[in-house]
Design a protein around this ligand. Structure first.
Ligand SMILES: [Zn+2]
Length: 364
């Protein structure tokens, strides 16, 4: 059996991606860095946070507040680790792994239906934690697609090609800097009086126009996008939908139950626009968002400046939407500044030709 694997290691304090070799030993992982140093991770201290689905790289984390993480792309890694760990009776926390291939969705469906029974019987919101990792990425995308028309009606979408190209450029740079993800990020900008941004399951991000126009630089918008991309990657919206709507409604939407889909989309859209992520989820999206900004060599002061704008608007009570969904801005700013100070970034401008002032006001 193969016992060494290439991977990437993030130390949890800086955004640097270290190429490493991972060795499977009976009691844990040995991570060998390029400078020759080695780190040992006992199996019982690990949490698997990604890798439950086909084509999704394995991600393991260790530690509480700023967990270090390890990403291994080879699909053979997790089964081998499981085999070795189990042979030694070692356990680690994490996702259940589904067999790869066509059976994945079917089995996930069966598992979800079994949990559906439990949800109907007990209806315990905490079960969202258990069910969410079982929802396949393909379901998340289907869910997102069914909700987007509700959140972003076609006639209110900004169709400006120049605006879209500039925003896509930012998303591409962020996406390329982050760990591999099964999601495709798509941004839709919507004409609306509301100052808000939100992430639907599966990769769709909606920006409401007042938020875009409030940004003074593309780096500020990158801060918002990085935060929302991490909500997607961490499945926060999916968890909220699983918590607030019944699994039956979600299954119906995914499987194309046409009779119920209109009502479902309205309800799901309402859930997302009035969404209260837990404080923990917000902090996670902030922290991982800032890391993404740093990894992409984007000036982190943009993200901080954006939340300073949010703070000013909060003080003027202009912000019922974003305020209600996001944590105390002073604490958040302090945390973001601390994170930014940890890593010196040699940033390169997002849009070297400037002219954000014109671009951000475009719509049609
Ligand atoms: Zn958020």
């Amino acid at each position: 059996m193969q016992t060494s694997w290439p991977g990437h290691y993030y130390d949890g304090r800086t955004s640097t991606r270290h190429a490493v070799t991972v060795f499977l030993t009976p009691s844990g992982l040995e991570i060998s860095l390029s400078d020759g140093s080695r780190i040992f991770w006992p199996y019982h201290e690990l949490t698997q946070t990604q890798g439950g689905y086909e084509h999704e790289p394995a991600r393991l984390e260790r530690g509480q507040t700023n967990p270090a993480s390890l990403v291994v792309e080879d699909p053979g890694f997790l089964p081998s680790m499981r085999t070795i760990a189990q042979r030694e009776g070692r356990q680690f926390r994490g996702l259940r792994e589904f067999p790869r291939g066509a059976r994945v969705i079917v089995l996930a469906g069966v598992a979800s239906l079994a949990l559906l029974g439990v949800l109907i019987l007990w209806g315990i919101p905490a079960l969202a934690e258990l069910v969410t990792p079982l929802v396949p990425t393909t379901w998340e995308t289907a869910l997102g697609n069914s909700i987007i028309p509700e959140l972003a009606p076609v006639d209110l979408r900004c169709g400006s090609r120049r605006l879209r190209e500039n925003v896509d450029k930012i998303v591409t740079r962020l996406g390329a800097a982050g760990p591999p993800t099964p999601y495709t990020f798509r941004v839709t900008i919507v004409e609306s009086p509301v100052f808000n941004a939100l992430a639907a399951p599966g990769g769709s991000i909606i920006l409401f126009r007042p938020l875009v126009r409030s940004t003074e630089t593309p780096e500020e918008l990158a801060g918002v996008l990085a935060h929302e991309m991490q909500h997607v990657r961490l499945r926060h919206a999916t968890k909220a939908l699983v918590r607030d709507l019944s699994m039956a409604a979600i299954a119906g939407a995914v499987l194309g139950d046409v009779s119920g889909i209109g009502a479902f989309a309205v309800q799901a859209g309402r859930t997302l626009t009035t969404l209260h992520h837990s404080r923990g989820a917000e902090e996670e999206a902030d922290r991982e968002g800032m890391r993404l900004i740093q990894a992409a060599q984007i000036d982190p002061s943009g993200m901080i400046r954006f939340f300073e704008t949010v703070k000013a608007k909060t003080a003027n009570a202009e912000l019922p939407g974003y305020l209600s969904t996001h944590p105390e801005t002073d604490q958040r700013l302090a945390r973001l500044k601390a994170l930014a100070a940890e890593v010196p970034v040699h940033s390169t401008p997002l849009l070297p030709d400037g002219r954000w002032e014109d671009v951000k006001n475009l719509c049609q």
